[in-house]
Each structure stands twice: as structure tokens, then as C-alpha cells.
Design a protein around this ligand. Structure first.
Ligand code: OGA
Ligand code: NI
Length: 383
């Protein structure tokens, strides 16, 4: 019996021929014509599957809930104070916002999504050159979250690129498509700059970046953190979600939080990203050329819990594939993340242990990570 026939048949067990191909990614299975049904390996337990907003007992928020929109021109112009208030509000209430009117041109954002999509269009042999389970590799192509540990696979393929320092890493990135390195390097540079500008505003919104502190450069914690972030880590993650015959049974990404300070995400015009808001799932409407910005675990730790990383997940759909490009930023890999001393006092005791990348990597490489469990493991008991 051919694999395709097996998939047309009962779903009782995924056939071995297909199983041996899972690690090559969902796009590959899709192209081979294997996916008439969602294979068992990709079926989430009923309680974790997406539910429809039509159901009465749905855990999906109604359409009228919108993610806060921050206008970048306000943030760097005469309306800064008001914009900082909206920013603080967005960070506290949602942990997410959409950033519009930023200074990265449509041309650059469009070509970045486009070249990422064209990379996934390459023949598998070309993409497979970058398949590795080494989490420190400069380039890593893979599927699901961790194909060696996930018991249920996510409907997602990815390409991860380490970016800092750029000149050292770009030559290791894929040389095909021909314009890949140039487009993505320019995108990485621009998003890094934007990240730093947003971080300055976030520090100010936390009340720990006053004017005099900016001038008084030496021995100042905030300037140190800005300097560290300037030299910090950046990873680009391009995600590809092929169409799915039964999108109600699986997820493009399971609920997770991001590890760094901030993630800047570009999504194409196909919706799919959902964030958890007041125990409901809220769909993030794609806005052309806007960045979806979210708080990561390291900023939750640094802000001593004032701004929290928020769970998010990705739905897939029957009709269209979807591409997104996420830029994850944090301190240099050898730095320690700890709550800012300025946010610790009697009322707000230190809530998280100091942590570093080594312990994060050790944690994620030894288990199947779920939800925010790494961050939970760093929490100190309330005193
Ligand atoms: C991520 C992520 C969401 C998306 O890459 O961490 O959450 O819409 N991506 O692809
Ligand atoms: Ni994420």
C-alpha cells in the first residue's frame, strides 16, 4: 500500500513510510501529497485544540477585542509622554502590541517576508543542508518546536538564524535564494535598531530611565542594560505554516512564551497568531507593514514581573500557507538576566532568580517545553 493510500484510509496509526519523513518537515509531507488528513503525530489532545468562536462555551475572544496599536512617530515625537503611557498599558495588560509607522520601509518588510517564503520554496535538498539539532548552530532548519522531543508535532517548519555580530554570521546563512543574505542582513540590522529604540521607551515607561540617568552615563544600571542590549543576542526565526486539511485538530505552534526581552514579528496577510488575553484566545489581525511586538521571559524577569511574557499560539488553515519572520532580542549569550535593582523594594521583593542562557538551553534541551514552564522554574517563592 502506498503512503498516500494509507493516509486516505483510517488514521488508526500513521504509516511507517510517512513517520520516517516527519523530521523533513510539514512542507515536505504536503508536497509529497501525504496530507489528506492530519497524521496522528500532529493531532493535539482535544483540550488543546483550537475551538471556534461561534461556540457558546468557546475560549476564543469575540472579534471586537483588538490588540493595542502604538504609533512609533508618537513615541519619538512631541506626543512621547502620552505614547509612553499607552505603551506601559499595552505591556501590562496584554504583553503585546502592534507597532505602526515605524521607520522600516514597506519595501524592506515586504522583501523580507518574500525572501523567507522563497527559501521554503526551494527543493528539500537545499533546505536540508541546514537541518541540525544543535541549538547553537548559526543556521538551523527544522520542524515543530523540537523534533527530537515533541510528543505531538506542530504544523510548522522553521529556519533560525543567529545574527550577532552580523558580519560573522551572514556568510553562514543560506546563499540561495541569491538575494537571501543581503535582504535578511539588512532586515536584521534595521530590526535591531528598532528594538533598541523600543527598549529605551520601555525602560522609560518602567520609570527607570530618567533624563539625568541618561546624561550620567557611568555606573548607571540602565545605561548598562542598554549597552548590553546593544551588544546583545539577536535571532531571526522564519516560520512556514503549510495549508492543513483539518486545521481544527492541530496547531502551527503550541502555546508558548518567547525567551528574550522583546520579539518583533512580521506576519504576512494570513491570520493565525493568537495571544492569551483574560483566559481567552485573541486573534492578532494582520496590519500591513506593522510589527507585532511582545514581551519575552527575560523582560519579565528584568522588570521583576511588572511586564509579563504572554502565551501565544498559531492556528493553521485549509486554504493558505502562512509565513512570518520573528526577531528575538536579548542580552549577550554569556550575560545574566536579573530583576532590575530599581524595581525591587520592600513592597516588591525580588521575584525571580538570576538566570542565563546556559541554564535556559540546558532546560529546553532536556525536556519537552510547554507553556511558560522555564520561567516558572525561575520564580522565587513570595516572601
Ligand atoms: C514565534 C512565534 C508567531 C507567528 O516565532 O515565536 O510566536 O505568527 N511566531 O508565526
Ligand atoms: Ni513566539
Amino acid at each position: 500500500m502506498s503512503p498516500a493510500m494509507a493516509m486516505n484510509d483510517e488514521r488508526s496509526e500513521d504509516c511507517h513510510a510517512i513517520e520516517s519523513e516527519y523530521h523533513k518537515g510539514v512542507k515536505h509531507l504536503y508536497e509529497k501529497g501525504y496530507l489528506h488528513k492530519v497524521p496522528k503525530k500532529y493531532m493535539f489532545p482535544a483540550s488543546e485544540r483550537p475551538t471556534k468562536s461561534m461556540d457558546d462555551d468557546s475560549n476564543v475572544a469575540k472579534e471586537n477585542l483588538q490588540l493595542p496599536i502604538i504609533d512609533f512617530t508618537d513615541l519619538i515625537g512631541p506626543n512621547r509622554l502620552q505614547a509612553l503611557e499607552s505603551l506601559a498599558n499595552a505591556c501590562e495588560q496584554y504583553g503585546f502590541f502592534q507597532l505602526v509607522n515605524h521607520n522600516i520601509s514597506d519595501d524592506i518588510t515586504r522583501s523580507s517576508i518574500d525572501v523567507a517564503g522563497r527559501f521554503f520554496d526551494l527543493p528539500l535538498e537545499e533546505r536540508a543542508k541546514y537541518m541540525t539539532t544543535d541549538m547553537r548552530a548559526a543556521v538551523r532548519y527544522g520542524t515543530s518546536f523540537s523534533q527530537t522531543k515533541d510528543s505531538v508535532f506542530c504544523w510548522r517548519d522553521f529556519l533560525k538564524l543567529i545574527c550577532n555580530p552580523l558580519p560573522d554570521f551572514v556568510p553562514h546563512w543560506p546563499a540561495s535564494p541569491l538575494d537571501f543574505q543581503e535582504v535578511v542582513a539588512s532586515y536584521a540590522e534595521k530590526t535591531k535598531h528598532l528594538f533598541l529604540t523600543i527598549m529605551e521607551a520601555i525602560l522609560e515607561s518602567l520609570g527607570i530611565m530618567e533624563e539625568e540617568a541618561k546624561e550620567n552615563d557611568n555606573n548607571n544600571n540602565n545605561n548598562n542594560i542598554m549597552k548590553e542590549l546593544d551588544n546583545g543576542s539577536q535571532m531571526l526565526v522564519t516560520n512556514f505554516y503549510p495549508p492543513c486539511p483539518e486545521p481544527d485538530l492541530t496547531l502551527g505552534m503550541h502555546p508558548h512564551s518567547d525567551y528574550g526581552f522583546l520579539t518583533l514579528l512580521l506576519q504576512d496577510e494570513v491570520e493565525g497568531l493568537q495571544i492569551q488575553y483574560q483566559d481567552k484566545w485573541l486573534t492578532v489581525q494582520p496590519i500591513p507593514n506593522a510589527f507585532v511586538v511582545n514581551i519575552g521571559d527575560h523582560l519579565e524577569i528584568f522588570s521583576n514581573g511588572k511586564y509579563k511574557s504572554v502565551l501565544h499560539r498559531v492556528l493553521v488553515n485549509k486554504a493558505k500557507s502562512r509565513v512570518s519572520v520573528a526577531s528575538l532580542h536579548s542580552l549577550p549569550f554569556d550575560c545574566t538576566v536579573r530583576p532590575s535593582p530599581k524595581l525591587i523594594d520592600e513592597e516588591n521583593p525580588k521575584r525571580y532568580m538570576d538566570t542565563d542562557f546556559a541554564s535556559f538551553l540546558a532546560y529546553v534541551s532536556t525536556r519537552e517545553t510547554k507553556k511558560k514552564d522555564f520561567l516558572e522554574s525561575r520564580k522565587l517563592p513570595y516572601t
